[in-house]
Write a protein that binds this ligand. Sequence first.
Ligand code: SAH
Length: 233
Amino acid sequence: MKFNDLFVALNFQKISCSKEQLNRLETFMNVTLETNEKFNLTAITNPDDFVEKMIYDSALALYDLDLENKSIIDVGTGAGFPGMVIKILRPNANVTLLDSTAKKINHLLEFAKQQNIKVEGIANRAEDYAKNNREKFDYATARAVSQLNILLELIVPMLKVGGSFIALKGQGYEEEINASKEALRRLNCRIGQIYEFELPESHEKRAIIHIVKDKETNKKYPRQYTDIKRQPL
Ligand code: SAH
């Protein structure tokens, strides 16, 4: 997708976007691709692929989502996807970017400072951060971090009751949901809306899954990462 086609593609999905925000997204893309030559941030380096598979793909998280004055944490944000894209498109959202790699968070905070973008950056593992930041966020996102049942244990404890985890998934998401039945039950949450998309040029399938937290999370979650990995819920 050409950068110039992004506005129409977003509009088609009823994801609003101003000229100024588009300029910011373009700067973010250029800075990410330049920095990528110094240290590895993203595997996708072709600009047209980047627009479709990183920026447009991340923006799909905003489909049918009102973030006005809401708090949202992007877990395993990497180079800022979808978190920084969300912040650029929805500046009134209170966005926290979390990743276990400090270098990635430092890069994002530097970009934010240069652009006068106000985001919180946390260099920590999700399961460690979640222990002391329970029931704190209205929303959480994660893209390409882990399978759904594992993500649920890392993320749901950080959500307020009534908040939602917006999972960005690809083909095969139904199996991930099926494998998450026990995790959903133990973590007092449920699948809400599921929105399916197809990327306009590569025709790859995507799904945005809203997972709603109904009740407070038992303090025993999240467990240590080794336990989560060894014996997922
Ligand atoms: N969301 C980004 C990056 C995906 S790569 C994108 O879609 O492009 C996965 C990222 O998750 C890596 O940057 C890795 O450091 C981070 N990560 C993996 N497990 C994590 C954990 N338990 N806590 C915090 N970050 C984690």
